[in-house]
Design a protein around this ligand. Structure first.
Ligand SMILES: Nc1ncnc2c1ncn2[C@@H]1O[C@H](COP(=O)(O)OP(=O)(O)OP(=O)(O)O)[C@@H](O)[C@H]1O
Length: 288
């Protein structure tokens, strides 16, 4: 794939060799091992997460699934160190997250959340450059190398002509792609994404997930689309009401009976030649 072309998405399927490809940002040079161990968290007297266990081996892509309100975003925040569990532990390479200095976390973990601000008066390029802040000394300006990385990331997000475009003028999907580019130039060892496909057209959804699945870094991604999760994730963790109801390979987790149990949806599940499930939802019967 020609990685410089303006209308191209993320580079297709980089090798798991520690680099995203070409001379660009290094992604997953030291992919992290992430573990959540009996994690619990609550807010305003409500228990949101209970006894959650999750493991992401270095370089793998783990999908976090579950119905609305099941606790996916809350768990992702704890995995990112943006909040602390009330009970249990989150470990990055066997070290408890809460003991790691902020600067270390900022270099090792990148997060793409669902709710990015709409009124930011920065250009698309400036937003991407935020990803380089953890590498900059306090008084230093933007280095030429950082600028080159940001431009490359913008082009790879399919937005080469958008350098000076105001963030507030971008469409939902363009914002999402800029925010993902910002996370990639951070060169994280662990990349956490909360529904990164929700504003993307189908081509950009597929390109992003193929990129994440092929990248050398460790990825945890929340998704609503069970077929995309089945196709691109190495392992899945399925939440319901703040608890893990299943964890394992897509074929182990996404069975028809479990989809019915967790989502109250009837589905037919076939396993394709690649061993990955394909889900076809059955039209609900008209009531009455
Ligand atoms: N700060 C908060 N105050 C009150 N309730 C909260 C807070 N944060 C999360 N919750 C509640 O915790 C539950 C889990 O929320 P969370 O956003 O983690 O779910 P989710 O699985 O990501 O949902 P969705 O698929 O709708 O994005 C919800 O019922 C939510 O209302």
């Amino acid at each position: 794939m020609d990685r410089g072309a303006a209308d191209h998405g993320w580079p297709g399927g980089p090798a798991r060799d520690g680099r995203a490809g070409g001379d660009g940002y290094a992604l997953g040079a030291q992919p992290a091992r992430l573990r959540a161990d009996r994690v619990g968290w609550g807010v305003a007297g409500v228990r949101v997460l209970a006894e959650v266990a999750l493991a992401a081996e270095p370089g793998t892509t783990v999908g976090l699934l579950g119905p609305n309100g099941s606790g996916k975003s809350s768990l992702l925040r704890l995995l990112a160190g943006l909040g602390r569990p009330d009970s249990g532990r989150v470990l990055l390479d066997d070290v408890e997250l809460r003991t790691l200095p902020r600067r270390v976390l900022a270099r090792r973990i990148a997060v793409v959340t669902q709710h990015t601000a709409t009124d930011v008066e920065m250009s698309a390029l400036e937003v991407i450059l935020l990803g380089r802040i953890p590498y900059r000394s306090r008084l230093a300006g933007v280095a030429a190398a950082d600028l080159a990385l940001a431009r490359q990331a913008l082009a790879e997000a399919g937005l080469a002509g958008f350098e000076q475009r105001r963030w507030s003028s971008l469409s939902g999907g363009e914002r999402q792609r800029v925010d993902i580019a910002r996370a990639l130039v951070q060169e994280p060892d662990l990349l956490l994404l909360d529904e990164p496909t929700n504003h993307l057209d189908i081509r950009h959804q597929l390109e992003l997930l193929r990129f994440l699945a092929g990248s050398a870094t460790t990825v945890v991604v929340t998704l609503h689309d069970l077929n995309l999760a089945a196709q691109y994730c190495d392992r899945l963790v399925l939440l319901r009401a703040g608890r893990v109801v299943a964890a394992g390979t897509p074929a182990e987790v996404l069975t028809a009976s479990r989809i019915a149990q967790v989502y109250q949806v009837r589905a037919e599940v076939d396993t394709a030649g690649d061993g990955r499930p394909r889900i076809r939802y059955c039209r609900p019967q008209a009531s009455g």
